[in-house]
Design a binder for this molecule. Structure first.
Ligand code: MD3
Ligand code: FE
Length: 217
């Protein structure tokens, strides 16, 4: 039996764009209405490029299960982190990015002041209960003037939002089903992570959290 949790299943109010810090904009519920359609496309993408746990360059297994779609996909193995044009599992090109996903990501970026953002990579992360992501920077992209757009679905998570140095204190920000966040400007190279996801059930995803991050590789 898991402990009943009032947090689970709670839906926050949409209050319009909220600046978390310069360049970081939380769009609460921005993709909630389209969530079922977005997740239907996810099944199609994952049928071509299944979720897998990647290895860090240090040889450890990530707790998050990962895949990609778009012209390029982010991969990690003993050789390091990079964007690759093909899935190392099987060698085929990554599945194309669903038009709906790209359109929603472009709209979210524009709503946060980043008009003209056209993602060419979408990293898919699935968190089972207990999965987490340690503090890191996203710095494998060519041009940090483009933001990263993230969509959260399913179980809620506590997002850790630090500063530009690893040791800077991290704020804890709750992210819920249907939330979008745009990370650009001075926040683009901020350290960030995700606290271990708590057990629970969501009507659309079951016992997991899905995060999509849209990038210009
Ligand atoms: C802040 N994913 O895939 S999304 C990642 O929830 C990643 O799966 C987390 O960090 C997740 O790299 C967090 C939010 C996010 C993504 C990119 C950022 C926050 C960011 C880049 C800069 C600053
Ligand atoms: Fe990241």
């Amino acid at each position: 039996m898991t402990t009943p949790d009032l947090f689970e299943g709670w839906t926050p109010e949409d209050v319009g764009p909220e600046a978390l810090s310069p360049g970081a904009v939380l769009l609460r519920g921005f993709v909630r209405a389209e969530a079922a359609a977005v997740l239907a496309e996810l099944d199609r993408v994952l049928a071509h490029a299944p979720l897998r746990t990647m290895q860090t360059p240090g040889g450890r297994s990530m707790s998050v299960a990962t895949s990609n779609c778009g012209a390029r996909g982010w991969v990690s193995d003993v050789a390091g982190y990079r964007y690759a044009p093909a899935d190392p599992l099987g060698g085929a090109a990554w599945p194309t990015m669903p038009r709906l996903w790209r359109t929603l990501a472009e709209r979210a970026a524009a709503a946060a002041g980043f008009g003209g953002f056209t993602p060419d990579a979408c990293l898919i992360n699935r968190y089972a209960p207990g999965a987490r992501m340690g503090l890191h920077q996203d710095r494998d992209e060519a041009d940090f003037t483009w933001p990263i757009v993230s969509f959260s679905f399913g179980l809620p998570a506590i997002f850790l939002f630090g500063g530009l140095r690893r040791g800077d204190p991290a704020r804890r920000i709750s992210l819920f089903h249907g939330d979008a966040v745009v990370w650009g400007g001075p926040s683009r190279l901020a350290f960030h992570g995700v606290a271990p996801v708590k057990p629970g059930e969501h009507p659309l995803t079951g016992a997991c959290r899905i995060n999509l991050t849209f990038r210009r590789a």
